[in-house]
Ligand binder design. Sequence first.
Ligand code: F58
Length: 809
Amino acid sequence: MQAAALKQAVIDHLHYSIGHPPVAMTLHDYYYALALAVRDRMQHRWLNTIQTNFDLKRKIVCYLSAEFLMGPHLGNNLLNLGIEQEARTALAELGQDLDSVLECEEEPGLGNGGLGRLAACYLDSLATLQRPAVGFGIRYEFGIFDQEIHDGWQTEITDKWLRYGNPWEIAKPEVACYVNWGGHTEHYRDEAGSDRVRWVPYRVVKGTAFDTPIQGYGVNNCNTLRLWSAEAVESFDFQAFNTGDYYQAVEDKVVSETVTKVLYPNDEPQIGKHLRLGQQYFFVSCSLQNLLHILELADVPVENFAERYAVQLNDTHPSIGVAELMRLLVDERRLGWDKAWAITVQTFGYTNHTLLPEALETWPLPMFQTLLPRHLEIIYEINRRFLDEVRARFPRDEARVARMSLIGEAGEKCIRMAHLAAVGSHAINGVAALHSDLLKASVLKDFYEMWPERFSNKTNGVTPRRFLALANPGLRALLNETLGGQWPVEVGWLHELEAKAGDAAFRSKWRAIKEANKKRLADYIRAHTDIELDPTWLFDIQVKRIHEYKRQHLNVLHIVTLYRRLKENPGLKIPPRAFIFGGKAAPGYFMAKRIIKLINAVAETINADPDVNTRMKVAFVPNFNVQNAQLIYPAADLSEQISTAGKEASGTGNMKFMLNGALTIGTLDGANVEIREEVGAENFFLFGLTAEEVERIKRERYHPTDYIASNPELRAVLELINSGYFSRGDAEVFRSVVDNLTFSDPFLVLADYAAYIACQEQVNVAWQDKEKWTRMSILNTACSGKFSSDRAIREYCDEIWNVQPVTVK
Ligand code: F58
């Protein structure tokens, strides 16, 4: 019945919404028509959710994030609506194959990596757990670049994701906000005789809302992702009132639209660009204005703002919201400072995602003042009152005052956004137990001493719907059969698999599923790289942004070590392995781009060498994104989580691998610590220095050359890379990589090398016992329940947001 109705809806959309004659019909048209038909099926739930939330006046989560890395919507919506089979049938009757149609979707890559994808997982869980929530962000016209590999090097191609339209969004031109830029402030006395400030901007940009439905799994709740797009206030007639300069008017349009043009592709170090601050302020101001407007519609006094909204700052990128809410409340709603400040602190929560000092956001004061003169005044006032409090709590400790100030004075003066976020939020959290502890001991130590009650840990989670049910249909079927159909929302049930780990018949089914997934990935890799991988080999995978702290080069050192051993000792008995990499490098990150080249160079040499290529191969999957991630995680035997301890805040890829039954080789970093706790030390390949040891070694001065001197194999590996052996004799290309490791090695790759190699030998031993490995694989899935984003969202709702479920009819 559903299938017949869906088929008719697709036919109608092909005819009325797309309007191509049969002769011009493409596969993409079928995708678009099905997407529209599916959106229609959410529409009723969507409107009911909004109306119910409005009527019940319940508290709403507002998740402010500069990035939402949603991935393709269609498959996920079919899954969450429970109509996948119907869609398959409907399309089949139209002569089309659902899987091919799903591949047509251009994914919205509006994020760099973990942080943006976490926001997407959290939206899925919020809807599934029936919590009223809106995700607020930026509708970038160009998302994260597409990566192509040419001669081993990364090249970046603009991501024109909106090229063929976006069936999931609905433009809301009537939901428009006006955002000021630049200019100056004026102090005046109002009718009542109070001192007030007015901001006279240099430019005004208009923000328009584009809404996307976020359907919960198996429930009627359908929340909203609201992304803001910038445009000029009045495109052309503006000039009529001005100088009559037509070009000036057009330029204004261009400048305004630039604000939401492109996602900055940097994943860690901060760039300090004017436009980036502009993007942040733009979407935050639109969102907060929107919240105030809705409050007004509901006839709720502005004093009740914090009872109605829990606003979460996804890292410091939206933290200008602290000053903006103060401006809106004090300047525009004319609340007193103290009242406004109490509301602000009660409203905001702040999640920190990094301890890397170079990644902590600061803005040069002159730039900040040019763009946001009123906010600078407000920040000065927040700071003045805050530092008074610090002095009262810690008398005669001016060093502490300087450390905690919202204004950094060492070198060029700057605004410290993490401090602004911390001062303006009632709750501050890290994203894994270790990271939250380190946060309290390092970057935010002074703030912890001041307000210990504000700090907590919220270990990250990932959605088991997309990353298991959708990505791994084979395993989904087995879990349904074994546990019943509720496991995607009751992941605790996965523990029942522990009993099954001892059942040989079950293990053999488990292996068959893994092997089918590996074949699926091998097909994909062959199609995209021409590299042929054997699905019976151990699939050893590292996919994530390319960064020195994530140490993809440590993985390469292991590969080259093995290669040398095989060349020197052709009879060496090692189980065959496929080393698979994927990930983008920030376009301006020199070392990361060299690491990609190094991986590809080593791959080219090894894959072409008949002495070794029956026992090892290397592949770099181009353009790692959510879509191909869904093929990659389910195919992994071994998950590489080898960052320098203390550097990876949490990691979430580690959880996606675990969910799909991969074993982890990893350091005691981020959420690896908790993964190991859950699955048991005997089912986790641990190696390397601890965060404490890393800090101690760095304090006592680290000499990478000592490790080279005492390890002839390591020395030979580095020499081989340096010699040009992998680069057709070019001894220059990798000099910078090898020199960096030899003379600086900021992430202690060489210090962990020997332990890593030894640990990989343990992996080989374990892999050779198929039954034991399968048991360990099953246990990984069985113990992965903690890492569901549902658990994380429940904790946020209970402990930070105080937001309850709402049933939608
Ligand atoms: C990541 N951060 C952390 N930042 O590195 C990772 O450990 C953690 O699991 C994840 O957040 C989720 O908590 C991250 O992805 C970015 O991509 C930012 C984008 C904007 C510029 C600064 C980095």
